[in-house]
Design a protein around this ligand. Structure first.
Ligand SMILES: O=C(O)CCC(=O)C(=O)O
Ligand SMILES: [Fe+2]
Length: 701
């Protein structure tokens, strides 16, 4: 995650109308007491809708709590979490809220216990859970009729039943003795810990951020213990490939604990040749395959604005049982047109049998690294023309939200402009002067920029605007390290007084996060500017852009940054109003590294929403702000998608008034949309974040 920019640009008026409200879901129940049959059609927990009768009244909203910042991925077992919450009433179960391993659903027997737990534990470090600060909100069970259909995919036992061209499964590819030898061999080697599983790489390292290999960094030959497998692979039937592409030189060993799976993906085709082999050892698993139907591809490639069509009902799902010691080959259509994944289940139903996953499954994935640029010949051979078109960079459209809650009738002479906010990944915006400013200028944009404080990283926040439409009046930098001054923290000997540089050194030398100087010194920045729009009438717009600190462990730091940001914004607004005798509109965009409903998010909107009883007066934001997506179509399901984390972190907030209203928002993909399955960045999206955007209309004051 890194720097980001918003762009403001004027737009033509649009009158398109869309009505779909994205549904949000969280939590896959794994309750032990559930029968397998209900487990296969998995119940889901969802956020309570803002209009739910009890929300905001102080009455308990539900018996279920969504608890962020704790879970198995940070060493807190569900049992440990249940023990802590049991102090408030009977806990019926603790379930993963999603695949992250750091968010859970705690389900109480009654709503009053849930309310007590929420009030007592939310937003505070919890000593019994490693001192982690829990972020809690209500969650409600979605009725079975509302859950997605097609959750239950019948499992095939043989490759031919699946009928996916290019997919082959050979049972008993290695003997039980060889299996033990292979496991013993990898267990003598160091494992790399990922969020939920461990891996080893041979030949070339596989980088999960880019889902690619660094071809310049060869680790060496594949280890001798895989030689017998390599020899046997050449005897694999059905292989009519160029022998050079079978000269396998990359091995990833994956170790999955019970219940851990793998998200849907297609192995990067520019990284690896046509054949992917995967040997299952130690335990079985179900591998599922999904392919988007022609109508979906058509929707994606031809009618970009019809994203509603791309739900999971338009994809075909198939499942295959992979027994231990079996070898799977994905080639051709199976390799390029189908996503493969392993559902995160502890128990699978295969035909009529219930199969419990063993404590560990180890897989050897063998591939040949592509040493020349990918010509996509293979995929072109296999995919229809329509499907390849869908792999072009994805441009989404603005969708009208007129008619949504906050809107009144459009004014014929209103000012319309768009604001797009995009976290574009650190390394790229480092080159602000040499690359971005120049290129944006050639497109008619001027820019303002603030580089991150300190010397370690050169990324920052930029705002680009069209001077032909908006005139930059004044700007201010926001450096969150100023919080060190604000808190009047006693400085160390070297850092006494106002000498910032000395303070930086004092922070750099110490890693003690209990020291507020170290804790708050995150080098994060923001920028805010006032723009005067002159046509068709004068109006002042304040735009702010920021990137708050990322680490969920330092939630208190993020909150301190959010408070500082709004206090600076409020002062800036007063300055502009007084100086120019106007009522400026206020827009705040960025990567807040905070999910909907957590402390930072709740604080940012607390000045607009009636504060809940639990929020003390001082916690209320000094300016009313609301999130443009939230008040129109609901927050997106995600704006950031990395291995182990998929959620919404980016927002555009605006200060509601009688004369500003959102008229359209930039569409975001559904999780099943072909351009986002797996992780970002990918061929369609150059950042791990997605751009968000809104078009506003301003009428005369
Ligand atoms: O564990 C497996 O069998 C599959 C692994 C896989 O799909 C991958 O590493 O890309
Ligand atoms: Fe894969």
């Amino acid at each position: 995650m890194g720097p980001r920019w918003p762009i403001i640009q004027p737009t033509a008026k649009s009158r398109r109308r869309k009505t779909k409200t994205p549904s949000r879901s969280e939590g896959v129940s794994n309750h032990k007491e559930q029968s397998l049959a209900t487990k296969m059609v998995q119940p889901r927990f969802v956020r309570p809708s803002p209009s739910s009768p009890s929300s905001g009244t102080g009455e308990p909203n539900s018996s279920n709590l969504y608890v962020a910042n704790c879970g198995p991925a940070v060493g807190l077992s569900h049992d440990a979490i249940a023990a802590v919450f049991s102090a408030f009433g009977e806990v019926k179960g603790v379930y993963p809220a999603d695949e992250s391993g750091v968010r859970v659903i705690v389900s109480f027997a009654d709503p009053f216990s849930a309310k007590s737990a929420l009030e007592a534990l939310s937003g505070r470090p919890c000593p019994d859970l490693d001192g982690r600060t829990l972020h809690i909100r209500y969650s409600v069970l979605q009725l079975p009729s509302q859950t997605q259909v097609n959750e239950c995919v019948p499992v095939s036992l043989s490759d031919s039943d699946l009928n996916i061209p290019g997919l082959f499964l050979l049972p008993d590819f290695v003997t039980a003795e060889e299996e033990q030898q292979l496991l013993a061999a990898v267990d003598t080697q160091p494992w790399i810990g990922l969020a939920k599983r461990r891996v080893q790489h041979y030949g070339y390292e596989f980088c999960y951020g880019t889902r690619n290999v660094d071809t310049k960094n060869r680790l060496g030959e594949l280890p001798p213990f895989v030689s017998p497998i390599l020899q046997r692979i050449s005897l694999f039937p059905n292989l009519d490939y160029d022998p050079a592409s079978l000269n396998l030189d990359q091995l990833t060993v994956n170790e999955y604990p019970s219940g851990v799976g793998l998200s849907p993906h297609i192995d990067t085709h520019s990284a690896f040749e046509d054949c992917i082999f995967s040997l299952s050892l130690a335990g079985p698993c179900i591998m599922e395959f999904r392919r988007y139907s022609a109508s979906t591809w058509k929707a994606a490639s031809i009618t970009n604005d019809d994203n509603e069509k791309q739900d999971s009902s338009t994809c075909i799902k198939k499942a295959l049982y992979l027994p231990p010691r079996s070898m799977l080959l994905l080639s051709g259509e199976a390799r390029y047109a189908w996503n493969h994944y392993i559902p995160h289940h502890k128990i699978d139903k295969v035909k009529d049998k219930v199969i419990r996953r063993s404590p560990r499954r180890v897989s050897f994935t063998l591939r040949k690294v592509r040493n020349h640029p990918c010509s996509c010949r293979a995929s072109r051979k296999i995919l229809s023309k329509r499907m390849t078109t869908a792999m072009d960079p994805k441009v989404r459209k603005f969708e009208s939200v007129e008619g949504a809650d906050l809107n009144s009738i459009s004014k014929p002479d209103g000012i319309r402009f768009r604001l797009v906010s995009y976290n574009i990944l650190a390394q790229e915006v480092d080159e602000y002067d040499s690359f971005y400013r120049k290129n944006m200028e050639s497109l008619g944009y001027s820019g303002i920029y603030i580089q991150r404080t300190g010397q370690r990283k050169r990324d920052g926040c930029a705002i680009f605007y069209k001077p032909s439409c908006a005139e930059l009046v004044t700007k201010e930098r926001i450096e969150y390290n100023d919080l060190l001054d604000e808190q009047k923290i006693e400085t160390s000997n070297e850092a006494k007084g106002d000498d910032k540089e000395a303070k930086e050194h004092s922070g750099k030398d110490s890693h003690d996060l209990n020291d507020p100087q170290v804790r708050l010194k995150r080098d994060c920045v923001g920028i805010m500017a006032a723009f005067r729009i002159n046509k068709p009438f004068h109006h002042m717009v304040i735009v702010a852009n920021t990137h708050l600190y990322w680490d969920p462990e330092l939630a208190d730091v993020k909150l301190a940054q959010a408070k500082y940001l709004l206090s600076r914004l409020a002062q800036f607004k007063t300055l502009i109003s007084d100086e120019f005798e106007c009522t400026p509109s206020l827009l705040l965009a960025g990567d807040f590294n905070s999910i909907p409903g957590d402390m930072v998010y709740s604080y940012l909107v607390s000045g607009y929403k009636k504060p809940a009883e639990t929020i003390e007066e001082e916690e209320v934001a000094p300016i009313p702000m609301c999130s443009v997506y939230e008040v129109t179509r609901g927050e997106p399901k995600f704006t950031n998608c990395t291995p182990g984390f998929t959620n919404t972190l980016d927002y555009i907030f605006f200060s509601p008034s009688d004369f500003i209203k959102p008229v359209s928002i930039l569409q975001l993909p559904e999780p099943e949309s072909p351009d986002v399955v797996g992780f970002l960045p990918n061929d369609h999206h150059p950042s791990d974040h997605l751009p968000i955007g809104a078009e506003f209309e301003i009428s005369r004051e």
